[in-house]
Ligand binder design. Structure first.
Ligand code: NAP
Length: 285
């Protein structure tokens, strides 16, 4: 068997085109576009690249972007004051505190101060709680993107065994919640899981988000499974995922590549959340 490749680039491009239409409609209806604000403290080069990517993508989707930079020695009070100002700014529909922040600041605490209705990363306790309770709210972008890719692969989630490797707040936990909400039977694995290969072999849908290059081998995968590779591992030869792509492709029914699978969905999901946040805020006015 040779797995169908789930083309994340194409799915993300379609999502971005749809978001651009919705942003234009919003601007037409309200006389201003949806807006995304980023806060970056310090000058971490990787963060600078990510932030620049978010602003470029926003511009292409017709979303206004506001780029706030604070020096590496900015005080907690300075950052808190900026977050509070942006929480109250009607031009700002969504806000991101770019992580990591310098060591004297607490990234989790600062992220938690973002108004949940502007929390386009979906990382505040309120957003996580809304997801867990099945209430409307902004969802984390990467697991939402995985749900889009599973839909693209026409994976039948109802009653399926879904195994997620990784239990981070950023990805693994919200991913498990979303699969559960879609009626899958969900198992979450982590570094203490006793027999990871055997647990993975049960999966009709296997999602790997570990950060270990090519850890998931062909004999961990049930024939005909749908495999989603969230891992991004930069090796000398380039970017590779957490799944041994070539050998697993011979067993799985469908698989996401790295690059070109989950990665492009994250920014597309951020744009979707920004427009969604703008609409929700207008509806509440
Ligand atoms: P993380 O916070 O480091 O979490 C990694 C998880 O993997 C933890 O739950 C850890 O278990 C588990 N783990 C580590 N070694 C393991 C092992 N040998 N066996 C089983 N589980 C193991 O990472 P993350 O933020 O969730 O990200 C995971 C990967 O996804 C990274 O490669 C990251 O770059 C990628 N990612 C990609 C995107 C994207 O846009 N494509 C977005 C987010 C993340 P413990 O909890 O027990 O430590």
């Amino acid at each position: 068997m040779s797995a169908r490749i789930i083309d994340g680039k194409a799915v993300a491009a379609r999502l971005r085109a749809r978001v651009a239409e919705q942003a234009a409609q919003f601007a037409h209806d309200h006389g201003r576009p949806p807006g995304l604000a980023t806060i970056m403290v310090g000058d971490d080069p990787a963060s600078a690249v990510y932030v620049a990517g978010k602003h470029k993508a926003s511009g292409e989707a017709g979303i206004a972007s506001f780029d706030h930079r604070l020096p590496a020695d900015a005080s907690r009070e300075d950052v808190v004051a900026l977050i509070e100002r942006l929480n109250g700014d009607p031009e700002v529909s969504g806000m991101i505190v770019q992580l990591p922040v310098p060591a004297h600041l607490d990234g989790v605490e600062l992220t938690g101060l973002v108004d949940a209705d502007k929390d386009v990363d979906g990382l505040t306790a309120l957003s996580a709680g809304r997801l867990a309770l099945g209430l409307p709210g902004l969802r984390p972008c990467t697991p939402s993107g995985v749900m889009d890719l599973l839909a693209e692969a026409e994976a039948d989630l109802t009653g399926a065994e879904a195994v997620v490797i990784g239990r981070s707040n950023l990805f693994g936990k919200p991913m498990a919640q979303m699969l559960l909400a879609a009626n899958a039977t969900v198992t979450v694995c982590h570094s203490r899981t006793r027999d990871l290969p055997a647990t993975c072999r049960r999966a009709d849908v296997l999602v790997a988000a570990v950060g270990r290059a090519e850890m998931v081998k062909a004999d961990w995968v049930k024939p005909g499974a749908v495999v989603v590779d969230v891992g991004m591992n930069r090796l000398a030869g380039g970017l590779v995922g957490d799944v041994a792509f070539a050998e697993v492709s011979a067993v799985a029914a469908a698989i996401t590549p790295v690059p070109g699978g989950v990665g492009p969905m994250t920014i597309a999901g951020l744009l979707r959340n920004t427009v969604e946040a703008a609409r929700l805020q207008e509806a509440r006015r």
